[in-house]
Write a protein that binds this ligand. Structure first.
Ligand SMILES: [Zn+2]
Ligand SMILES: [Zn+2]
Length: 119
C-alpha cells in the first residue's frame, strides 16, 4: 500500500496495489496547474484510492475534467477525466515515496518544452 499527502498534510491518501500505468504529461493544462515543466502521474482504479484525511478541492479545467488539489496549501493531487472512466490519476510527487513510481510513458509529447530533457 502506497500513501501520500499534500505539502501541508491537510489531505492524505492511500492507494491499493500497483498503478495501472505511470506517465509524464507534457500538456499545457498540467503545466499551468502544477507550475512545473512536466507532470508525472500514476493511474489507479478509482476504488483503489482512498482519501484518509481531509478531501481535495476540485477545479474543472475543461468539461468532464476535475483536478484535485489541497485548498489549504495548493498542492496538486489528482486528475479525473471522462476519457478515463473509473480511473483517478495521482500526481507522483504527492506520494511519500515516489521512488517506485517511475513514469513509463510520455503523454502529450508534442507539447513538451524544447529545453526539457528526460532520460
Ligand atoms: Zn495541503
Ligand atoms: Zn496533462
Amino acid at each position: 500500500m502506497l500513501q501520500g499527502q499534500c505539502l501541508c498534510g491537510a489531505v492524505r491518501f492511500t492507494v491499493e496495489g500497483p498503478p495501472k500505468w505511470t506517465s509524464y504529461c507534457h500538456c499545457r493544462s498540467c503545466r499551468r496547474h502544477t507550475g512545473a515543466p512536466v507532470s508525472a502521474y500514476a493511474g489507479f482504479e478509482s476504488a483503489k484510492v482512498r482519501f484518509t484525511h481531509g478531501e481535495p478541492a476540485y477545479f474543472s479545467s475543461s468539461a468532464g475534467v476535475r483536478r484535485g488539489f489541497c485548498a489549504r496549501c495548493g498542492s496538486t493531487l489528482s486528475y479525473e477525466g471522462e476519457r478515463w472512466p473509473g480511473e483517478i490519476h495521482m500526481h507522483i510527487g504527492a506520494f511519500d515515496d515516489p521512488s517506485s513510481l517511475a513514469p513509463a510513458g510520455q503523454a502529450f509529447a508534442d507539447e513538451r518544452l524544447p529545453w526539457l530533457h528526460l532520460t
